[in-house]
Write a protein that binds this ligand. Structure first.
Ligand code: MTE
Length: 304
């Protein structure tokens, strides 16, 4: 769990003082409510090295993609409250030693959560910086024991027509599914997020458990997970099924490989204001030092 990665983002620096104080109050309240120690102690006090600051809570929770609740950016914030997230359980099956249905509470009692401030880059060429709370997916996979024959991990989102007004439209082939190669899934940067800014993750962001893979386009970060299966073959993924030419299995952030309909060389930071302008997209979303080795020798134009 004590993975150290080169993070160039910090929370407080460059934040206006009022927002800073506000946020500290929210954090302190959340920490007190959860019976935790001070969140953002050593990490929050870290010296500034970065060019960025996390987005505001309102930006992160009102500009979303969660098509089960509609395709508009504000639909998830408006309609995702209908999703019942407690009780919740995740079926973990396939090539594992201890398959079963694991309750959210059971999982949380065994996992150690921490804060990870990550860049988040959507394939639609907008971006945010999000202070997630979560645990490493590798810890969960270790808990169930991955068999040596497993090569990929498949994920599935809940499908509840009664609670998800968007699934009556055939925008995607429901349920939403995603997948990672096993080494990507086991990478210490890959987390299951359960919170944002020290508070429970809101429904629109994928409560109660959602994947976050910071070097890949946002659509790999599947929300409200109900099934995790260890498999031998590369699993189908929703956007690839919808349009294989536009969305590959890997979907690593890559400024040199354009989407067939738009450039991926730059991105629009959400919340920067109208004068903020676009910024250059970084290879592997800035996490190349940590993950480039996973793709050594692969033609990234072919495996996009
Ligand atoms: N997961 C599900 N189940 N359904 C979705 O529509 N959208 C994806 C991803 N995970 C999506 C999903 C896309 S396109 C993005 S960019 C991110 O969620 C958005 O995450 P956020 O709303 O927390 O920013």
């Amino acid at each position: 769990m004590a993975y150290r990665w080169t993070n160039d983002l910090s929370r407080e620096d460059a934040t206006p003082e009022r927002a800073f104080l506000n946020r500290r109050q929210i954090m302190a309240a959340a920490a007190a409510a959860a019976g935790l120690g001070a969140i953002g102690g050593p990490r929050g006090a870290r010296a500034a090295t970065g060019e960025l600051d996390p987005n505001e809570w309102d930006e992160i929770t009102t500009y979303n993609n969660y098509y089960e609740f509609g395709t508009g950016k504000s639909d998830p914030a408006q309609y995702a409250d209908a999703l019942t997230t407690s009780p919740w359980s995740v079926t973990i099956d396939g090539l594992v030693d201890r398959p079963g249905e694991y309750s959210f509470d059971d999982i949380m009692s065994k996992m150690t959560t921490e804060e990870r401030i990550y860049r988040f880059r959507c394939v639609e060429a907008w971006s945010m910086v999000i202070p997630w709370n979560g645990f490493e997916l590798a810890d969960l996979l270790d808990m169930v024991g991955v068999k040596s024959s497993a090569k990929y991990v498949a994920f599935e989102t809940a499908l509840r027509p009664d609670e998800m007004r968007g699934v009556s439209f055939p925008v995607l082939d429901w349920p939403y599914v995603e997948g990672l190669r096993l080494d990507e899934a086991m990478h210490p940067l890959t987390i299951i997020a359960t919170g944002i800014y020290g508070r429970d993750i809101p429904n629109q962001n994928g409560a109660p458990l959602r994947l976050v893979v910071p070097w890949k386009y946002g659509f790999k970060s599947i929300k409200s997970i109900v099934r995790i299966s260890l498999v031998e073959d590369q699993p189908p993924t929703s956007w690839n099924k919808a349009n294989a030419r536009e969305y590959g299995f890997y979907s690593n952030v890559n400024p040199e490989v354009d989407h067939p309909r738009w450039s991926q060389a730059t991105e629009r930071p959400i919340g920067g204001g109208i004068f903020a302008g676009r910024k250059e997209t970084l290879m592997f979303n800035g996490y190349g030092d940590d993950v480039a080795a996973l793709y050594e020798g692969m033609d990234l134009n072919k495996y996009y």
